[in-house]
Design a protein around this ligand. Sequence first.
Ligand code: PMT
Length: 330
Amino acid sequence: MSRVSSVCDVEDTPEDRYFLNNPKPESLDDLILKTSNFMNNCNKSENNDKIVLVTSGGTSVPLENNTVRFIDNFSAGTRGASSAEQFLFKGYKVIFLHREFSLQPFNRHFMRFTNVSFLDYFDSNGEIAPKYKKELVEMKRLSDLYKDQLLMLTFTSVNDYLWALRSIAILLNNRNCIFYLAAAVSDFYVPYDKLPEHKIQSRSEFQDESKKKHINESGKLVLDLDPVPKFLRDLVQTWANNSMIISFKLETDPNLLIVKAKQALENYNHQLVIGNLLDTRNREVVILSEKTADETWIRMTDEELKQTCIEELIVDNITQRHTEWINSSD
Ligand code: PMT
C-alpha cells in the first residue's frame, strides 16, 4: 500500500514528472562525486563551516538533441562570480555552479571586455604588460589563496542545471548553507520526448517524420515550448528545507519589480528575494524578506562604483542575515 502510494507520489507534480521524463546528464555522477568530496573536506575542519551554493549565468534550451540551435537566457555571470568572491572573503566555502564559459571568480576581472583581448595582457616578449601586472598578480594571489574553498561546477542546458541543483541541494541541506540563486533560468523548454534527434531541416522533405513537424507549410519555424516547472517550490519545501534560500527576481519594467518579488516570497515561502532591473542591476537591488516584509534598497553612486562592486554590499547584508537566522533557530 505504502509502496503504491509512494510511486504515485513520485509522479504527482510537474516537478517530479520533469525528472522522470528528462534524462539525467552524463556528467551528473561526476558532479555529485566532486560535491561530496568537497563537503567531506568542509566537514573535516569541524568548524561548522558555512557553505554557499552560488548559481550563475544563463541556462540554454536546446532545440535539437544533437544541438546546433538553442535558445539562451541572458546573464554574463557578473552577479554570481562577483558574489562568489565576496562570500569567500567572508569565510564561506563556495560551490559555484555556473554556465560553462561565463564569468568566473577572480578570472572575471580579465574576461569578456570589448576593448581588451586576451593577448593584450602580454607585451611582445610574452611578459605581462606593465599596465595589467598589479591587478593580475593580486587576482592570481586571491585565486590561489581560496582554491580549496571554491568548487567550480558547470552547466549548459536548463536540464543540466535542474538535475545539478536537485543533487547538490540534497547533499547540502543544512542550516549553515545558503542557496544564492543568481542564475537566469529558462521558463520554457522542449521536453526530451519532443526533441528532434538531429538538426532541424528547413526543407520539409528532410524533416524527422517521427517527431512533431517544426517547419510549417509557409516554411516558418514553429516552436512549441512547454513551461519549465517552478522547481523553487521543491527546493524550499523538500530538497533544501533546512537551508537559507535566496532567489533573484529579474524584471525590465520598474512597476513590476516589487510586486513580482513579493509574489515570489508568498508563492515559495523562502527567506529572501533580491529584485533587480536589467538596466540598473549593477548599481541597485532591493532585498525583500519573508519576515519583515520591508524593502531594503542597496544603491551605489558612480563614485562608489569606482571603489567597489554592489555584490560587496549585497553579500555583507546576506551573511549578517544568515548568522541571525542560524542563531534565531538555535
Ligand atoms: O549575470 P549578470 O549579467 O550579472 O546578471 C545577473 C542577473 C540579472 C541574471 C541576476 O541578478 C538575476 O536576476 N538572476 C535571476 C534571473 C531569473 O531567472 O529571474 P526570473 O524572474 O526569471 O526567476 C525568478 C526565480 O525563479 C529565479 O531565482 C529562479 O531560481 C526561479 N525559477 C526560474 C525559472 C523556473 N522555471 N523555475 C524557477 O523556480
